[in-house]
Structures are given as structure tokens and as C-alpha cells.
Design a protein around this ligand. Structure first.
Ligand SMILES: NC(=O)C1=CN([C@@H]2O[C@H](COP(=O)(O)OP(=O)(O)OC[C@H]3O[C@@H](n4cnc5c(N)ncnc54)[C@H](O)[C@@H]3O)[C@@H](O)[C@H]2O)C=CC1
Ligand SMILES: O=C(O)C(=O)COP(=O)(O)O
Length: 387
């Protein structure tokens, strides 16, 4: 029996992936696994019961990844599962910034009692005229799951698209339309483009990347779109750029007290992934990741531990060791098992940064004292045994 706790509402389609083996825990402290969307977990203390956290979504800046790794808690996300939802809202953002659709709709609402509204609209509409996006240059910073979809969709709408991502994955590179220009530096993209959209994670290295200098390099009257995270943009610098006309519109999915209501902004209440399809996709993927880890020890799509897959556990006892990535850990584990004449049927040892994960299938019985010995090895962060 496993216990889970949801910190945000998670789609039923995903929850239905959890079998009768799973029960809801009233409190996070009682759970083996936590499902979360954007709730911040930085202030939370984690209980010894907690084995895994699944972020039903992409961004994991709401989770203390390093602390979780140190406590032997595997954190998952759901790469690409909500990318189409975000892509479609970015396209809407491009259009909202180009045509005064919002101003026009507001005018109609303000004049809804006007018996002559049809005629008056024909006179009023010149105030809401805009431009088309076809033929304009779009810069896409970050060519991951979302950036690639945005770049390809914009190219299909006739935009001239520039992409920048110094760490682009082979998979993303294959999916990117051949018509996308490769910007070798981000400055080149800033200088060329009429619209700039960012799709990078919030990391120490990306925080504040759209600052006064970046804005200064952009074309006058540029439109900046941010559907990634508020902290990527220096909001005070953005306000100055909006006031001076350097930036025509700032379209963002992240309301903050600083930016909400500023003239020239189009602020959306974090709706990028709020579609039935994205919510279902994310929840389903998150639940499957948790089940595979809790029941088989397999890790797929973790952001703080390496991926590792030894298939279904079957009849074997499976020992799972989460530990620091340092020399001679495997040697110590196998020595402990050999001492008790325990036969290893299969073994996997994978690492990611400072952390490593060892899975061992054994086909001889194992006394509890061996588990205690494994736990006592220095730099072992957690031991789980599935039998
Ligand atoms: N508005 C919303 O509701 C949503 C927002 N997001 C945000 O969008 C971000 C991106 O999502 P995905 O595309 O799914 O992630 P992803 O991990 O597939 O792609 C991120 C890309 O950014 C690139 N990158 C990292 N640092 C960079 C840098 N300094 N310059 C250029 N490229 C850089 C990486 O190489 C990677 O290709 C998430 O981390 C999250 O913060 C994601 C989903 C929904
Ligand atoms: O997946 C992401 O990174 C998002 O920003 C979506 O957040 P949400 O699940 O809608 O709270």
C-alpha cells in the first residue's frame, strides 16, 4: 500500500492511473509520494516516509531539488506534457500584442447599451487597428519542448524565426523546422527580431537575463513575451523600456505586484498549461513515473537523480540505493552482499551530477542486518528494498 498527497488539484485522468494499492494521505507528512503543480515547497520539511515528488508540469523552481536529493527524495517532472498548451497561448500572445483585440473588446463592452453600436463600431475601429505577424522576425530563446513548438508554429504562420539555445538537445534539433535561423549569440537575436519570446527554465544562470542591457540591444518597439517565469525579466528595467517606447508590449503569463497594471503590458494569470489536455497529459505522466519508481524502483524523467530502468521487479528482491556520486560505492555494496553469500542477478549504477543510483536484483534471501549495513555505508542517502 502506498500513500500519496496532492499539493495542488491534479486531473482525475492522472489520479485514475493510481491503482487500489494507492490511498490518499490526509497530510504531506504521511505520504510516500507528493504530486504538485506550482505550489512552493521551499519552506516544507519532508518526512522520512517521503520517497518521491512528481511535478505535473515542466518548471521545478518551486521545489528544493538539492535538499530533496540529499534526503534521498527523487523529484520528477513531465517533460513536454504541457508544451502544446503553452505554445497555443504564446501564439495568442503574439496576436494580442499585434492587434488591439483587448482594446476592441473592451470598447464593445463599454458600448453594449448603444443602439447604434454596429454603425459606431465602424467609426471606432480605427483606434484598434494593428499589424500582421506574417513576415515579422521572431526570436525564440530556449529551444526545448515549448520553444521548438513555438518556433515551428510561428514559421508556419509566415514569421521569419530565429532560434537561440546553446544547450539544445539532439531531439529538439531534429524536431526544429529547417526554416528556423540559428542565432549564434543571444545578442544577434536581440538585435534582429521584432518579437522575442523566452522559453528557458528559471536557473541562477537565467534569472534576470532580460535586463537593461538586453533590452537596450533590442529594436525600438520590440514585443517581449515571457511564458517561462517572472524572474527571467528585470521588471523595473522592463517598465523603463515600456515608458521610453523601447518595448511596445510586454506579454507575460506571470502577474506580479510590480508588473500588473503597467501600461503596455498584457498580463495573463499563469494560464499556459491550464488546458484540459495539458492537465491530463501532465497528471498521467506524473502518476506513471511515481508508480514505476515506488513499485519497481525505476526512474524516468527525474530532475535530481539519474534515469535508471531495470524493468518490472518480478520475483526478485530489488535493493535501491541513493547515494553521492563518489568512487568505490559499488565496491562497498557488493562486498557487503558477498559477505553474506547473496547472489546478484542484475545490477545498474547510474549517476547525474553529484548523485548516483544503484539498483541490485538479488535471488537469495537477505537478512535485515544486511540492509542495516548498506544504510551505514558513508554517503548512502537512502536504501529501499522491494520484496
Ligand atoms: N506558462 C506556463 O504555464 C508554463 C511555463 N513553463 C516554463 O517554461 C520553461 C521551459 O519549458 P520546456 O520548454 O518544457 O522546458 P525544456 O527543458 O524542454 O526546454 C528548456 C530549454 O531551455 C534551454 N536553455 C537553458 N538555458 C538556456 C539559456 N541560458 N539560453 C538559451 N537556452 C537555454 C535548454 O537547453 C532547453 O532546450 C519551464 O522551465 C517553465 O519555467 C513550462 C510549462 C508551462
Ligand atoms: O509546467 C510549468 O512549468 C508551469 O508553469 C505550469 O504550471 P501549472 O501546472 O499550471 O501550475
Amino acid at each position: 500500500m502506498y500513500r500519496y498527497h496532492c499539493l495542488n488539484p491534479i486531473s482525475d485522468i492522472g489520479m485514475n492511473e493510481l491503482t487500489e494499492e494507492y490511498v490518499a494521505a490526509g497530510k504531506p507528512e504521511e505520504a510516500d509520494a507528493i504530486l504538485v503543480r506550482s505550489a512552493s515547497m521551499h519552506e516544507m520539511e519532508f518526512s522520512k516516509e517521503l520517497k518521491a515528488i512528481a511535478r505535473a508540469g515542466a518548471g521545478v523552481n518551486n521545489i528544493p531539488l538539492e535538499r530533496c536529493a540529499e534526503e534521498g527524495i527523487v523529484v520528477f517532472n513531465t517533460p513536454g506534457a504541457n508544451a502544446n498548451g503553452v505554445k497555443e497561448l504564446v501564439i495568442a500572445g503574439l496576436l494580442l500584442a499585434s492587434r488591439d483585440i483587448i482594446g476592441g473588446i473592451n470598447w464593445v463592452q463599454e458600448n453594449e447599451e448603444d443602439g447604434n453600436i454596429a454603425k459606431d463600431a465602424e467609426k471606432a475601429k480605427k483606434a484598434f487597428a494593428g499589424c500582421e505577424i506574417e513576415g515579422k522576425k521572431l526570436g525564440v530563446i530556449g529551444l526545448g519542448a515549448i520553444g521548438v513548438l513555438v518556433a515551428n508554429a510561428a514559421a508556419n504562420l509566415g514569421m521569419d524565426v530565429y532560434g537561440y539555445d546553446p544547450y539544445v538537445s539532439v531531439d529538439s534539433a531534429w524536431r526544429l523546422s529547417r526554416s528556423i535561423h540559428h542565432a549564434k549569440t543571444v545578442d544577434e537575436l536581440y538585435q534582429e527580431c521584432d518579437y522575442i519570446t523566452i522559453h528557458v527554465p528559471a536557473l541562477e544562470s537565467t534569472k534576470g537575463m532580460i535586463d537593461c542591457d538586453a533590452l537596450g540591444l533590442m529594436k525600438k518597439g520590440v514585443v517581449v513575451l515571457n511564458f517561462a517565469r517572472d524572474v527571467l525579466v528585470d521588471e523595473e528595467a522592463m517598465i523603463d523600456a515600456l515608458v521610453s517606447g523601447q518595448v511596445k508590449h510586454y506579454v507575460t503569463d506571470f502577474p506580479t505586484p510590480v508588473i500588473a497594471g503597467v501600461k503596455g503590458t498584457i498580463v495573463i494569470p499563469h494560464l499556459g498549461a491550464s488546458t484540459a489536455e495539458s492537465e491530463d497529459n501532465c497528471a498521467k505522466m506524473a502518476a506513471k513515473e511515481l508508480r514505476n519508481y515506488l513499485e519497481n524502483g525505476n526512474i524516468k524523467n527525474s530532475v535530481n537523480y539519474p534515469d535508471s530502468d531495470m524493468g518490472l521487479r518480478g520475483d526478485h528482491t530489488r535493493i535501491l540505493l541513493l547515494h553521492h556520486n563518489i568512487p568505490n560505492m559499488l565496491g562497498q555494496f557488493t562486498k557487503i552482499l558477498a559477505k553474506d553469500n547473496i547472489n546478484i542477478a542484475d545490477l545498474s549504477n547510474k549517476s547525474k551530477g553529484g548523485y548516483a543510483y544503484t539498483m541490485i536484483d538479488i535471488d537469495t534471501p537477505m537478512p535485515d542486518s544486511v540492509v542495516d549495513e548498506l544504510k551505514a555505508v558513508g554517503d548512502v542517502l537512502r536504501v529501499r528494498v522491494l520484496r
